[in-house]
Write a protein that binds this ligand. Structure first.
Ligand code: AMP
Length: 216
């Protein structure tokens, strides 16, 4: 199954992608995670990406597209994948169309996870992420059992540098200008399935699974 998740920052794409990867045994490919790993390891890619990520801007297409092309050509993507956070521009979507054509892969569905700007601000400003396994918590809406400690793996929780009020606002502007046009792009290709992302993660997951069952 070849899936793509679109939605504003904080829509729950990562949370749903992790569940889907487990349920369907397919890789979860998140460009944001790849960049954060590169930043942690202080690689040249990480240094370049950090300049943009810290400002809430998109990493340039010429950096991002090549990185995704390399990832999708690996063997583990042959039976399926979940793309989370890519594409984020129409140019990236065109590049993805070409990459998938070369790999003889057709996307099955594109989930548009809908969440209001106010909900995004509420979610991201209280988000805490596990530095080990990437699990997401919220200090108010879904706090960990022990403050600062991941329920899943006991890893330490941290606040992402780009989850601060100014950068969140910029990321929302970038989303509406550069990424939201992808909804029409994939609508024209009859691939969009709209999901209400304001429901709780379990309810959202049920809706996604229902849509996947329907296209099988
Ligand atoms: P995310 O974890 O998906 O919220 O991504 C965090 C940040 O990484 C974004 O705000 C961008 O700066 C950068 N990023 C992630 N994916 C992409 C992409 N497809 N194109 C450009 N920048 C990206």
């Amino acid at each position: 199954m070849y899936l793509l998740l679109v939605g504003p920052p904080g829509a729950g794409k990562g949370t749903q992608a992790k569940r889907l990867a487990k349920a369907y045994s397919i890789p979860h490919i998140a460009t944001g995670d790849i960049f954060r790993e590169a930043i942690k390891n202080e690689t040249p890619l990480g240094k370049k990406a950090k300049e943009y990520i810290d400002q809430g801007k998109l990493v340039p297409d010429e950096v991002t597209i090549g990185m995704v092309e390399e990832r999708l050509s690996r063997d583990d993507c042959q039976k399926g994948f979940i793309l989370d956070g890519f594409p984020r521009t129409v140019n990236q979507a065109d590049a993805l169309t070409n990459i998938l054509e070369d790999l003889e892969i057709c996307l099955d569905i594109v989930f548009n996870i809908n969440v209001s700007d106010q909900e995004v601000i509420n979610r991201l400003s209280g988000r805490r992420v596990c530095s080990e396994c990437g699990a997401s918590f919220h200090i108010e809406f879904s706090p960990p059992q022990e403050t600062g400690v991941c329920d899943e793996c006991d890893g330490g929780l941290y606040q992402r540098d780009d989850d601060n009020p100014e950068t969140i606002k910029e990321r929302l502007v970038v989303y509406s200008k550069q990424t939201a046009p992808l909804i029409d792009y994939y609508q024209e290709r009859d691939l969009i399935c709209v999901i209400d992302g304001e429901k709780n993660p379990e309810q959202v997951f049920v809706k996604i699974k229902e849509a996947l069952e329907a296209i099988k």
